[in-house]
Design a protein around this ligand. Structure first.
Ligand code: AMP
Length: 563
C-alpha cells in the first residue's frame, strides 16, 4: 500500500518488544503499512491517537503491536481493552492479538460478546486475561457486575467507532470511557469522523495525534465490484445465468474447495462453456497448460481455488466471480485483482448468502468501495444476449468469409420458391441449431405465437405449391396484419441493421410526442426500416417533431406508410 510523502520507517526502528518484533517474520510482514508507520511510534510513546482509517489498511497490527509490546505478562489483570461494534470483529481482533503475541508465553486474550454464555465468560475472566476484546453491551454488563476489573488498564482502543455510533452503541461506549482509570492511553479508530465521534474524541482523548489514511488501492480503482444475494443451493444456476447474460472474455470463478472446482467445471462444460478447473491437486505442468489455454482463448473459464490462482496474470480476464465468499479480506483483494489488468477494466461479482452479509460489509470497508447489488439476469436478458451473440456471429462471418456461392444459392432458393430471404435464413439457422431450443421456452413460444400464420404461409409456398406473385424479399409486407381501427401505419427509416428493438421505438415516440406507450400499436421491424401503428390523426407539429427524432443514432424520418 504505497503512501505518498511518507518516510519509510522499518519495524526495527519502532521500539517494539523483542517478542513482538520476532513474530513479524513469522507472519511475513516486512514493511509497515502507512498507518503502522504513523501509529506505532506514537502509541509506543503512550500518546492518545485519533485514526481515520478503514479495515484492510493494517490498522489492527497498528494498535496491537505497540499495545502488546508493553504488556506485563506477570499481571493477569486486563491491561488492554479493545471495544468493537460486532462479535465477528471482536473475534477477529482477538485472533490478531493472539497471532501477534504468539511468542509471548502465557499471554491470554479474551473475546467477550453478546450471545455467548455468561458462565463461560465468567470462568475465563476469573482465570485472568491480559487483553480483552469485546462488544460494548457485554463489556458494560461485566463492568457493572464487577466481573471485569479494569483497574490495571493501560490502553483502550475504540475500533470502528462510526460503526458503533451507527449501531446505537455510542452511549455504552461513552459509559465505558467514563469508567476507565486514569491515565489510560486511548486510541480511537473510525473510517469516518461524524460529529458525535469528534465530540467523544474531544472529551476523552488528551491532545491526540491525528492520523488519516486514505487507502487508494490501485486494484479496486479499475474493478467494478458487484454482488448478488443468492442462497447456496441456487448458486450454480445463478452462475450459469450470469455467464450467459454477460459480455465476458476470460473469467475466473473462485470456489472454496478443490471438489467444488471439479463439480462446477462439469456443470459449466455441460452448458457449453469452455471451462477447466485449476486446483492444488493438479500437477504443475498441467496447471501451466491450463493457464496457457486460458491465455490463448482455447478456454474461457477457469474454476479455481485461492491457492491455485495465486499470482495468476492473464490480461484477458474480464470477470472474476467469487462463487464462494472468501474467508478473509486479503484473498478477496487478491481474487479480484486477477481482473482489471494491463490497463483494462474488470468486473468482480461476489455471491453473498444471507448469513454472509457481515463479510460483505467488511469487504466494502476494506476496498473503500460500495459494492453494487445486482439482480439475477432475467430470461429476457439472457434471450437478448443469445440473439446478440447469434447476430454477432453472422456479422463476423460476413466480415471475414467469402460468401458469394452461398449468396447466389440463398437468392436462387428464395426466387424459385417465391419466399423471402429471411425465411431462407431462418431455415438455415434452424438447421444449424438442431433440436436444442434457441431461447428458453417462454420466449420461443411467444415469438411463435406472434408469428402465427407464418408456417402456413411457408407451406403454401413450399415447392409443391403454385408460385405466387413475386415481391422483393426485404420489403414483403404480406405477413403484416392490417391496421387496427382508429390507427394509421407509419414507416420509420430505422431497422434491424441498426440494432432497433420495439422498446426503442416505443421509447422514442412516447418521449417525443408525449403519447402514452399503451396507445402505440403494432411495431414491425424489418431489415432497414420499420412500420409502426399510431392513433389516427397525428397533429402536424408532432409529426414534424417525430421526423426529426433520432433512435439508434438514426433519424427516424417518419412518413405515412402507403401499402
Ligand atoms: P487490517 O486492516 O488490520 O484488517 O489488516 C488487513 C490485512 O493486512 C490483514 O490480513 C493483515 O494480516 C495484513 N497486514 C497488516 N499489516 C501488514 C504488513 N505490514 N505487511 C503485510 N501485511 C499486513
Amino acid at each position: 500500500m504505497p503512501h505518498k510523502n511518507l518516510k519509510q520507517t522499518g519495524f526495527d526502528e519502532m521500539n517494539l518488544s523483542p517478542d513482538v518484533f520476532a513474530v513479524l517474520q513469522t507472519v511475513g510482514y516486512e514493511i509497515p503499512t502507512p498507518i503502522q508507520t504513523l501509529t506505532i511510534p506514537r502509541m509506543i510513546e503512550c500518546k492518545d491517537l485519533l485514526g481515520q482509517a478503514r479495515t484492510g489498511t493494517g490498522k489492527t497490527a497498528a494498535f496491537a503491536l505497540p499495545l502488546l509490546s508493553r504488556i506485563n505478562l506477570e499481571n493477569k489483570r486486563p491491561q488492554v481493552l479493545v471495544v468493537t461494534p460486532t462479535r465477528e470483529l471482536a473475534i477477529q481482533v482477538a485472533q490478531s492479538f493472539n497471532d501477534y503475541g504468539a511468542k509471548m508465553k502465557g499471554l491470554n486474550v479474551l473475546a467477550v460478546y453478546g450471545g455467548q454464555s455468561y458462565s463461560v465468560q465468567l470462568n475465563q475472566l476469573k482465570r485472568g486475561a491480559h487483553v480483552i476484546v469485546g462488544t460494548p453491551g457485554r463489556l458494560m454488563d461485566h463492568m457493572r457486575r464487577k466481573t471485569l476489573c479494569l483497574a490495571d488498564l493501560t490502553g483502550l482502543v475504540l475500533d470502528e467507532a462510526d460503526e458503533m455510533l451507527q449501531m446505537g452503541f455510542i452511549d455504552d461506549v461513552e459509559w465505558i470511557l467514563s469508567q476507565i482509570p486514569q491515565p489510560t492511553q486511548i486510541a480511537l479508530f473510525s473510517a469516518t469522523m461524524p460529529a458525535p465521534i469528534q465530540k467523544i474524541a474531544g472529551k476523552y482523548l488528551k491532545n491526540p495525534e491525528k492520523v488519516i489514511i486514505r487507502q487508494e488501492s490501485d486494484v479496486t480503482n479499475t474493478i467494478h465490484q458487484k454482488f448478488l444475494m443468492v442462497k447456496n443451493i441456487n448458486k450454480s444456476d445463478a452462475l450459469v445465468r450470469i455467464l450467459e447474460a454477460s459480455f465476458h472474455d476470460g473469467v475466473i470463478v473462485f470456489t472454496r474447495t478443490r471438489n467444488d472446482t471439479m463439480t462446477l467445471t462439469k456443470i459449466l462444460e455441460e452448458k457449453g462453456f469452455k471451462t477447466e478447473a485449476l486446483n492444488g491437486e493438479i500437477a504443475q505442468a498441467a496447471r501451466e497448460r491450463t493457464v496457457n489455454r486460458l491465455k490463448n482463448g482455447s478456454i474461457d473459464i477457469l474454476v479455481a481455488t485461492d491457492v491455485a490462482a495465486r499470482g495468476l496474470d492473464v490480461d484477458r480476464i474480464s470477470h472474476v466471480i467469487n462463487y464462494d465468499m472468501p474467508s478473509k479480506i486479503d484473498p478477496y483483494i487478491h481474487r479480484i485483482g486477477r481482473t482489471g489488468r494491463a490497463g483494462r477494466t474488470g468486473e468482480a461479482i461476489l455471491f453473498v448468502q444471507p448469513k454472509e452479509k457481515w463479510m460483505l460489509k467488511q469487504i466494502e470497508k476494506a476496498t473503500l468501495r460500495k459494492i453494487e447489488e445486482i439482480a439475477l439476469p432475467s430470461n429476457r436478458e439472457i434471450n437478448e444476449k443469445r440473439m446478440d451473440d447469434f447476430k454477432n456471429k453472422i456479422y463476423q462471418t460476413i466480415g471475414t468469409e467469402d460468401l458469394c456461392v452461398f449468396t447466389d444459392l440463398v437468392e436462387s432458393t428464395a426466387k424459385e420458391q417465391d419466399i423471402s430471404i429471411s425465411q431462407v435464413a431462418a431455415a438455415l439457422a434452424k438447421m444449424l441449431q438442431g433440436n436444442t431450443p434457441f431461447l428458453p421456452e417462454t420466449m420461443a413460444h411467444k415469438s411463435a405465437a406472434k408469428k402465427k400464420g407464418t408456417k402456413a404461409e411457408i407451406k403454401a409456398k413450399s415447392p409443391v405449391a403454385p408460385k405466387q406473385k413475386q415481391t422483393p424479399a426485404r420489403l414483403t409486407p404480406n405477413k403484416i396484419a392490417p391496421t387496427e381501427k382508429g390507427m394509421e401505419r407509419y414507416r420509420i427509416e430505422v431497422g434491424h441493421k441498426h440494432g432497433l428493438k420495439p422498446g426503442d421505438v416505443v421509447g422514442a415516440i412516447s418521449n417525443e410526442s408525449g403519447l402514452e406507450s399503451k396507445f402505440i400499436g403494432a411495431i414491425n421491424i424489418d431489415y432497414d426500416y420499420s412500420l409502426v401503428d399510431l392513433p389516427f390523426g397525428m397533429p402536424k407539429n408532432i409529426f414534424n417533431l417525430l421526423k426529426m427524432t433520432w433512435v439508434k443514432s438514426q433519424k427516424m424520418s417518419i412518413s405515412k406508410y402507403a401499402c
